[in-house]
Each structure stands twice: as structure tokens, then as C-alpha cells.
Design a protein around this ligand. Sequence first.
Ligand code: SGN
Ligand code: CA
Length: 538
Amino acid sequence: MIRKLFSVHILTLLFISSCNKGDNIKPNILFIMSDDHAYQAISAYDDKLINTPNIDRIADEGMLFSNASVTNSICAPSRAVILTGKHSHINGKIDNISIFDDSQMTFPQLFQKAGYQTSMFGKLHFGNNPKGIDDFLILPGQGDYINPRFLGRDKDTIITGYVTDVITDLTLDWFMNKRDENKPFLTFYLHKAPHRAWWPSPEKFAEFYDKRFQEPETLYDDYTNRGTAAKTAEMNLLTHMQYMQDSKVRPSVFEKMKNVEPKILYARGDGTFFEPSSKSFTERYNRANEEQKKKYDLTLDKISNDFESNWPSMSNKEKMQWKYQRYMQDYLATISSVDDNVGRVLDYLEETGLDKNTIVVYTSDQGFYLGEHGWFDKRFIYDQSFKTPLLIKWPNEIKPGTTSDEMVQNLDFAQTFLEAAMINAPSDMQGESLIPLLKGNNSNWTRDAVYYHYYEYPSVHMAKRHYGIVNKEFKLVHFYFDIDEWELYDRLNDPNEMKNVYNDPQYKEIVESLTNELYELRKKYKDSDELSKTFIYE
Ligand code: SGN
Ligand code: CA
């Protein structure tokens, strides 16, 4: 009898421990996203500009996607696509201006219901109450680089420090002090950097000011062989990047020199103009306390002195070169901080052993132009802003150091995470789970082309509305609204996208078949000209 009781007891114990084990099998998910991080500025993709040893660790231990893209290359819409698993025309957040309807299902809500502990730190860019998130501190709107303010569930708080360090401190503090060890976690660690106006930490500002960077081949692009949209966009370094707001020439120096550049005005498309509502250099600088200002001043003085003595004799080409170097110095300096901080978080996961059962994703809300085509900013379906970095590690599931060139999108994240966590995805999500690719079962992956649709026009940077289809070989685009122009790019023979071959007779058959495919995709994703008309605003 005693023996029997004893064995029942053992069996019960075994049963309980296997249940616990079963629960623990659900992987943790750490979703790291920065804002406007170009894949050209991650050394796992390309080491011409910067070394990012920590972000590269994710690629070394996992998979790098060389053809990852977004469905709509702009901040808040990209985030809405990620959270809902639906294209912008379905989730309704077509641009930065429209309201996100937060009564709709977002994947963190499903994780929370399934017993995950959820948290979010950093830049979300819409709303102040993310659904399905237990703990959060998020930046209001675009947020600030220096001594940023955060919105919490109960109260707002201003935290002294540099935004990238602060967001990391908050994330690590949550791991160390608030994480429930009995639950798997879903954590969003969302950087503001490297968003314009590219304010580095004072130390990185000084360090990167001394560096010089290789120019991209297409820096002096004059947009011949392209359509109206590329020619009329307002994102050229020479003509739209600002010496004071962007390159950080001090107002006192800028103002005493005559006719440096006109006050920036963006065209509205109807012949009228508006002033950007962005914060000024002075407002940003004045967020720093006296001690921080002193450190910034050392580099700010060097920039202003250089500008004052050299600008009057510079040719347009030299001005372009000067702006490009200043741009890269600051943009890459902000990335260097992101990389250091990602390292802190990866180290923590390793030190605690949490890394073994944690999927770590590094991505950006879209790509960015680092002088390609003479541009900064994003929005276009052209490669640097259509594509986005995507690195994923998942020990024992993803073979370390692998690359996938499949056409994957931010639309796919929700279903991927849900499948990894063994939670059913709602049938109206529009992406595809990347799990087969992550596990090396490529034959289970059938998609060969993706759909793209950008709306925010007329607006800052004046990138015209367009939609298109992209596969590994070609890109077909329709610019509509105030023009009606088509473009076709041969991605393999013209990787810099310098020649629109839509009207080239040699590509006639490609145009026909891709146009059909594009209409099929529009049907599949429930997009149409009629629907677009409902999104046209004054
Ligand atoms: C600001 C920036 C723009 C940028 C938009 C949208 N100007 O207006 O350059 O395109 O945000 O960016 S700034 O002078 O204020 O920095 S997004 O990432 O939020 O979509
Ligand atoms: Ca962005």
C-alpha cells in the first residue's frame, strides 16, 4: 500500500513537472525595433559605413533576411501593420496623421490572453495606451532624444539621460524587477534612434564628428530616366536638408551669414506651401541641462566654426559633400548607441540563461536613404526605403549564421510570433508565418511577390502616392492621385534603380504579366481604386 501511494505521488510530481515544462516551452519574444534604421547601416548587411557588432550577434546566432520589406514605408503605419497583421488599407492607419482605431485586434492582446506577460518601452508613435500590454512607458509621438518624457499607464515621467540609454535602462529594469518568472514574456524594446533630427549622445557626437564616410554611388543623382515622383520629392540633401535643424550649425552663426538657404517650406501639391511643424534646433538643444550642454558645445562649436569659414566659398557639390558627412556623422553616431545598448540587453539574456528560450528580433519600422539618389527620409518603394533590416535568432530552432532572400514583410510578424507561441492567429490577418523559413523548411514557403501601398501625400517630403508589386527580379509601380505614371525596375540588372524600363519594348511581356499579378494581389489583399478614394484628404 505504502509502495502504491509512493508511486502515485511520484507520478503526480512527474505530471506537474511536465506541465510546467510544457508551459515553459512557449518561447519568450524580445522584439527590438529602431526608427528609420537603414540596412546599409548594419554591418551584418554592409560594413562600409559602420560596425554594429552587437546587432550582428543576432545574425551570427540566427538568420538575416536580405529581402525583408515593409508594406508602407512610414512610421506609424508600419507599426499598425506589425500589430494588426493587416495592410494599411484594412487597419485604417494609412499615414502618420490618421487615427489608429484601437478597438481592433492586435497580436499582443492575444499573447496576454494566452498567459504571456507583456511589456513595451520606447517609441510606439500612436496612442498612449497600447492594448494587450501589461507594463509600458512610451514616448509621446516622436519623443525627444535628450531627457525624454515618457507616458505610463498612471503618470508621465521625464527621465534624465540620452533616450537610447534610457529606453534600455527601462527594459532591463523590467526584466530584473518586474518579470514574472512563471510566465513567458513578450517585450517590445523600441528605439527612437536613428530618427531625424539625429541627435547623438554627447560622447558619440564628438567621436563621430572626426569620422569621414564613403559616399553612395548615386549621391548626385539627377533623376533622369525616372518619373515625376522622384524629381519632385523634397528629400534631397542639397536642397532640403537644413544647415541649422539637421547639420546643427548654431542659430547665431547661421543667422549672421546671408542667404544660406531659404526657410524650409514644403509644397502642398495645390500650389500652396507650409512650414514644417518640427521642433527647432534651439528647442532640442535646450532640453539638455547645463552639464550636458557643455559636452555638446565642444562639437557644436567645431561644426559652426567649420561652416562659418568654409561655406561662403563652397560649390554646390562641396555643399552636398559637407551635408552628407554631417548627416552620416550624426545618423551613425545614434546607431552606435543603439548597438551598444542592444549589446547590454543581449548580455543580460545570456547571463541569466533567458536567451536559450527567447526569440530575439531586430528590425526597423522601415529603411532609409543614406544619400542614395541624393536623398534622406523614406516613403518610396525604391529599395533603400522599401526594404528594412530583419535579423532573428532563436536557439535550437534557427541554424546560426543563415541568410534568407525570400520576400518577407513586416505584415508577417504577427502570425510568426503567434505560431511560435502556439496561439491561433485570427483568420483575417493578411501575412504569412515565417516559421517554415526560420526552421529551414523553404519548400513550405510559396510567396514570390509582395504588395506595397504608400499614401501620405501631399505631406512633408512630397513623395507621391503609389502602389506596386515587387519580386526578386522586378518592381512594378503605379504613381496615382495627381499623376498617372508607371515605372518598372529590373532589380538584377539595375540594382541602383536608375532606369525606369516600363516603356522599353524588351520588357513588354514582363509588364503584362506583372500588371496581372499586381491586380491579383490587390484582389487578394482587398485593395482597390475605390477604397483609395476614401483615403484622400484635403
Ligand atoms: C518629421 C521629420 C520628417 C519625417 C517625418 C515622419 N522632420 O516630420 O523628416 O519624414 O517626421 O517620420 S523633423 O524635422 O521633425 O525631424 S516618421 O518616422 O515619424 O514617419
Ligand atoms: Ca520611422
